[in-house]
Write a protein that binds this ligand. Sequence first.
Ligand SMILES: Nc1ncnc2c1ncn2[C@@H]1O[C@H](COP(=O)(O)OP(=O)(O)OP(=O)(O)O)[C@@H](O)[C@H]1O
Length: 224
Amino acid sequence: MSESNTKQMIQLNHVKFGYSDTEVLEEINLTIHEGEYVVLTGENGSGKSTLMRLILGEMKPDEGEIILMNNDPRLKKRIGYVSQNGISKNQSFPATVEEIMITGLYQELGLFHLPHKKHKNKIKETLRDFGMEEFLKRRIGELSGGQQQRVMIARAMIGDPKLLILDEPTTGVDARSTKILYDMLYEINTKYNTTIFMITHGRLQECKGCDRILRMDEGRIVEE
Ligand SMILES: Nc1ncnc2c1ncn2[C@@H]1O[C@H](COP(=O)(O)OP(=O)(O)OP(=O)(O)O)[C@@H](O)[C@H]1O
């Protein structure tokens, strides 16, 4: 099977999950196709993060199955993930933007290898693509929340993912930076054909170019 035949990036069939005796996900059926940009919203406590943790493989469903990228082993590592909060609210956090970007290359580099010139060039190019090149040598903690998230998206993109998963990337980010982040995601989806699955509390009308909006409701997913 060639990469171009990969049509289903995320597939959940009859997934159920609960913490001890509390059922959170009742019956989740979800298919996200290659190239789609899908947003999931829902009330606090409705189970969005739980669903995300299952998709990321941090927990196993009680029932049902989760298939990522048609189980193609060559694509398994091609998932980029951006979590809720930027890496640090601490201004003295020692890592620079460049160092954070290097961690995005560990699949290629291995954990303990130093980056070569070609890797450093790739970091610069990727940051340039997302308008962040000038921050290369800055400490990540000195950047605004929105700028940190832009770096984290660039970090996720440096591994050339087929699927980008984001968990409320605009939390604590002001309106102007939120717009920039959503523009960035639009570009990633259209320019690189990267499939995007994002949980957000943000204003959905701002999710430029997204194909589908889903809502978590009483342990199930409904299409808006
Ligand atoms: N580790 C856990 N142990 C027990 N219950 C949990 C755990 N994590 C979440 N829950 C419960 O599961 C339910 C779903 O929580 P989850 O965090 O998935 O919701 P959410 O939709 O992501 O909420 P929010 O929008 O507030 O982040 C909630 O009732 C929550 O209290």
